[in-house]
Design a protein around this ligand. Structure first.
Ligand code: ATP
Ligand code: MG
Length: 432
């Protein structure tokens, strides 16, 4: 028996007449009397296997005939051209070994979203889901490569914490022996502490948010890429953001064009993504949205609806800067040129996908920070260590958080963010 090869490899350089062995799963079968047409898939593609009675041991023919979808098999046979077969080639089987049989597969062609979610552990075998996971891997790879090339050091902040970084309401609380703790919503404060020895840092961790609203862009557990750099203002940090996102997209274009097409994303759309991205002040964004008929005023937050309206006709991400102080976190630095606003930027993905990054320059003035904490009635004890960072050699610094699944959703043109993660956690679901 020839050594097994991946289907993608075989189809990339087909050697007609050569014996091939494929290890995979039955994708679909159809039989007409003495011939079984089985399509087999592996992690790289699908190929047709034609199993003809008499060309292989009788029990193997019977096995092929009876094999339900998702049985695992090892198939051997010579490769032939066949215009009608997916990929244009078929294997004429001289061997068909059943490795793991299967019960009738619970997922058939048309299924409700609920059934697919209940059977997520099986549904992730679908070609679409596999394509998304491959794109996600390239997004992460592109990010890490760019960060390394630009001297950012990966660090490992805690997940258990007593700080409520993004405000109390969406915290997952847990019992920590005889105290209370939370699952981390953001590593930001820990990253801020780490810049004093490392200058430029980033972390890639799960973040947890008890988001009660059912939206197409909120998970309760998501992968958060956060970055913090010393000696940089908000403008400098925005350059890092646009270069990083471009590098992520470029990696996907380099590795995964076929998967993008399978998902209905034209790779040409993503080739437009190049810095610099457009920069728009919050006040201008509000004006533009009012002109579209939305009922907004200075001080309104931009939610999904507003972001969708604002980015619907964009091809490339856009920054919205200088949000009003009142609607942003306490640690964001006041802009001396427009003190009602902070030096911050949200990066919004195009085509209506909305926020993928939230970033800002951080307040370095101890008194201003204390004042903001008091104004917001945030209990100060838990933040003493954070305030220490301003007491010992404080430096200007900036950073941001990027939601990996938000990027994947945009890049893959997914309707719902839950399809950007294999086992989604939302308000409605924590199983399987
Ligand atoms: P939103 O307004 O969309 O809820 P946010 O302002 O709460 O976002 P940040 O606190 O700035 O977001 O978090 C940084 C990034 O993390 C966001 O830009 C987004 O990409 C991602 N993110 C935030 N919350 C979620 C979530 N529940 N699920 C997935 N990604 C998220
Ligand atoms: Mg939020």
């Amino acid at each position: 028996m020839s050594p097994p090869r991946k289907i993608g490899r075989i189809l990339a350089s087909p050697a007609v007449g050569q014996e091939e062995t494929v290890q995979g799963w039955v994708y679909r079968t159809r039989s007409s009397g003495a011939i079984v047409y089985a399509v087999v898939r592996d992690s790289t593609g699908i190929i047709q296997v034609t199993v003809k009675k008499g060309n292989l041991p009788e029990e193997e023919f019977e096995a092929a005939k009876a094999a339900p979808v998702e049985s695992s098999v090892i198939v051997t046979g010579k490769l032939f051209e066949d215009k009608r077969a997916p990929g244009g080639f078929e294997i004429k089987a001289s061997g068909f070994k059943l490795v793991g049989g299967a019960m009738p597969f619970p997922i058939t062609e048309y299924q409700s979203e609920e059934l697919l979610l209940d059977n997520r552990h099986l549904w992730i075998r679908s070609r679409e889901q596999a394509a998304v996971m491959k794109v996600k891997a390239s997004v992460l790879e592109g990010a890490r490569a760019w960060l390394k090339a630009n001297d950012f050091i990966e660090v490992t902040p805690p997940i258990l914490t007593q700080n409520a970084c993004e405000g109390g309401v969406t915290l997952f609380k847990l019992k920590y022996f005889d105290r209370e703790a939370y699952l981390s919503q953001s590593a930001q404060m820990y990253l801020e502490a780490l810049i004093f020895s490392l200058d430029r840092v980033y972390s890639l961790t799960p973040s947890f948010r008890a988001e009660k609203s059912r939206t197409t862009r909120h998970l309760t557990e998501y992968w958060h890429l956060e970055l913090e750099e010393a000696w940089t203002d908000n403008a400098g940090n925005m350059e890092v953001q646009e270069n990083l996102v471009t590098a992520m997209v470029e990696q996907v274009l380099q590795d995964r064009q076929e998967e993008l097409r399978l998902l209905g994303r034209d790779p040409a759309d993503l080739r437009e993504v190049r810095p610099p991205f457009k920069r728009v002040r919050y006040s201008q964004a509000i004006e533009a949205l009012r002109a579209q008929g939305l009922d907004l005023s200075f001080g309104s937050d931009l939610g999904a609806v507003e972001e969708r309206a604002f980015t619907a006709n964009e091809k490339v991400p856009v920054f919205v800067t200088n949000f009003p102080k009142e609607i942003k976190a306490f640690y964001m630095k006041e802009d001396p040129e427009e003190p009602s606003t902070v030096k911050c930027a949200d990066m919004l993905a195009p085509e209506g996908y909305g926020e993928i990054i939230g970033g800002s320059e951080r307040e370095t003035d101890l008194d201003k920070l204390v004042e903001r904490l008091q104004a917001l009635e945030i209990p100060m004890e838990a933040y003493q260590w954070y305030l220490d960072l301003r007491r010992f050699g404080s430096v200007p610094h900036s950073g941001f958080g990027l939601g990996i699944e938000r990027v994947v959703r945009w890049v893959c043109r997914l309707e719902h963010i839950r399809d950007a993660v294999p086992f989604p956690r939302t308000v409605a679901r924590c199983y399987p």
